[in-house]
Write a protein of this length. Sequence first.
Length: 201
Amino acid sequence: MRERAIRWVAISGLVAVAFWFFFVRTKPVNEIAGHEVLHFSTNRGQPTHVEGSVSYPMTPPVSGQHAPQPTPCGIFGEQIPNENLVHTLEHGAVGVLYEPDLDPAAIKDIEGIVGSFESHVFSAPYPDMETPISLVAWANMIRLDSLDRDAVTGFIDAFRQGGQAPEAFQECPGDADQPFDPSPSPTVSPEPSPRESKKKK
C-alpha cells in the first residue's frame, strides 16, 4: 500500500508538471498593464538562417527568417539590424525599442531598466515605428505611446527566457553598454556570419 501511494503521488506530480509545461507555460499573454499584447506568426517551416536582408511583415520585426549571427543583449546607442535583432529574440531576449526623438529622460529610464538585467534584455533606437516605443519578444509585441514602466517590466517578466522563443535556452549576456547618443547614425545592415568574415580575410 505504501509503495502504491508513493507511486500515485509521483505519477500525479508528473502529470501536473506536464500540464503546466504544455498548457499553462505556453498560454498566450493577451494584456499587460492595460496594454494589448500583439501576437504574430512564427513562420514555421521556412529556412531559419539566411544571408542578406529580409522583408518583414511587421515593424519592428519579431519573428521570421534572420541572420546567422545574433546580437548580444544590453544597451545599444544605434539601431540593431533587423535580421540580427530577430535572431536575438529567438534566443528568448526581450527588446525595448524607441524612436530616436523620444524624450531623453525616457530613454535614460529605459536604459536604466535594461541595465538592471544581466541577460536577455536589450534596448536600442528604432526609427519609423507606429508608436514611440515598442516592446518586442519572439512573435509578441506591445506598442506604447509613452513610457509605462509597469508595462515594460511586466513584458520582460512575461517573455524573458520564455514565451514562444524556440531557443530560449541560448545565452544572451548583457554585454553591450553603449548609451544612446542623439547624433545621427549610419544606416545599418545585417552583421556578417563568422563564415563570411573568414572569406573576406
